[in-house]
Design a protein around this ligand. Structure first.
Ligand code: GLY
Length: 436
């Protein structure tokens, strides 16, 4: 079977890697990913130019297209591919609103009385924002309604000093139409531990994957700018050291209810549903959905798949998805980034990656925002590559991943603390404090 993976980063490299042994693999990517270009036929092009992607798929008799990133989904890539007879793992433009329109998502929770929502309001003018914030006596999170490439969300107590700064930022979001809407969404700030559940969806059925926890802060000790994610871990049993089976099941139930509601309000949702939750004293609350795999979280779960990914893709497009099996192992992913990231001066520099040495340790390399050129692998200003290891425990996996990071040379940095027992225990203690 011919399968096309659309996208350029480490998430897409992990998807391609999980497919490569069972399909004729094609990739459509904006930069030449050093890993994907070795295992697939590929075309370099802008993934957001959806007609061009569809033309490439038609010319190559692609049967199934797997869409990695959210931006092409927001532009209707699935609608375009389907119009050309190509089946897709990824939601249509209308169903992808679960990520691309946060007010649609929150209203769905209200209209369908789905548990796990929070206090929120959508505004289109600064007077109403001010009035609301003057009366609201808790910290808030300010979000553009549409897509901002992970850079638009600001949290009081983190990026914003207080609700006064939240007012200023809300006006900026509305005035500049950040994310494509002259609106802002203000939500209560939740206190707890974040976790991710990703699920395969065929429009009606949902097969959840092991939970994972990302590390958005740039530097060790959870300080510095919020980034796309500096690393993540998952544990045996599909849970996390602070996440019980009961809370995992509640989160999955919220996702199942959401899937039903999207089918009613938009269209059946086929693809990957990414739920970012906060485990609070009142149980799991939904922070946001993404209409695609998480990055880095895709790298935790895909290497552990026991059910071939191609079979899962076929079941998604056919609408007969059943249970999907994973190896019962822990995993740790550490992202290697240019020094100083996200404010780096090393974009364009060469790095050296000793893939053989990394693989000899039993770890994997997934390339992200780097490009393969004649003289080697060049950094961009963004995350460079994910190093992933699995083991019987998080501690085992962390040790392998950390050792493997030594085999990447250049002006690069990674968070040594991701997946360490010390940091994992800190999360567990934090959750205990909240529950007591
Ligand atoms: N890990 C965050 C994201 O994928 O959006």
């Amino acid at each position: 079977m011919k399968v096309l993976v659309v996208g350029t980063g480490a998430r897409e490299h992990a998807i391609a890697d999980a497919l490569k042994d069972d399909v004729e693999l094609y990739c459509y990517m904006s930069k030449i990913n050093p890993g994907m270009s070795k295992i697939a036929e590929f075309k370099q092009g802008n993934e957001g130019e959806v007609e061009n992607v569809a033309q490439y798929a038609v010319e190559n008799d692609i049967e199934i297209a797997f869409i990695g990133p959210e931006a092409p989904l927001g532009k209707g890539i699935v609608d375009e591919l389907q119009k050309n007879g190509i089946k897709c793992v990824g939601p249509t433009k209308s169903a992808a609103r679960i990520e691309t329109d946060k007010s649609f998502m929150r209203k769905l929770f209200e209209d369908y009385q789905i548990e796990g929502s929070l206090v929120y309001k959508v505004f289109d003018n600064s007077e109403d924002v001010s009035k609301f914030l003057d009366e609201f006596d808790r910290d808030v999170v300010v979000k553009p309604v549409g897509l901002t490439g992970g850079k638009g969300v600001k949290i009081v107590g983190d990026h914003l000093k207080d609700n006064e700064e939240a007012k200023e930022y809300s006006c900026e979001v509305i005035d500049n139409e950040m994310g494509g809407f002259a609106q802002v969404i203000i939500e209560e700030r939740l206190i707890g531990e974040e976790f991710t559940i990703q699920a395969f969806c065929d429009g009606e059925h949902l097969a959840p994957m092991p939970a994972a926890q990302d590390h958005p802060h740039a530097f060790e000790g959870d300080v510095g700018a919020i980034t796309g994610g500096m690393g993540s871990y998952s544990d045996v049993g599909g849970l996390l050291p602070f996440l019980s089976q009961q809370d995992y099941d509640k989160a999955v139930e919220i996702m199942k209810e959401t899937l039903k509601a999207i089918a009613e309000e938009a269209e059946p949702y086929k693809g990957i549903l990414y739920g970012q939750f906060m485990l609070t004293a009142d149980g799991p609350k939904l922070i946001e959905y993404n209409a695609r795999f998480g990055d880095p979280e895709a790298m935790n779960v895909l290497p552990l798949l026991k059910t071939p990914l191609v079979d899962v893709c076929q079941a998604i497009v056919d609408g007969n998805l059943d249970e999907v099996e994973f190896e019962d192992k822990a995993s740790v992913c550490k992202y290697i980034v240019p020094d100083g990231y996200p404010e780096t001066e090393y974009a364009g520099e060469l790095i050296e990656v000793d893939e053989e040495a990394i693989e000899d340790l039993g770890a994997k390399v997934f390339y992200a925002a780097v490009s393969q050129e004649e003289d080697g692998i060049h950094l961009s200003g963004s995350r460079a590559l994910g190093i992933v290891a699995s083991g019987e425990t998080i501690e085992d996996a962390e040790k392998i991943a950390e050792k493997a990071c030594e085999f990447v040379k250049g002006n690069v940095y990674h968070r040594r603390d991701v997946g360490t027992t010390e940091l994992v225990n800190k999360r567990v203690e934090h959750m205990k404090e909240i529950l007591n």
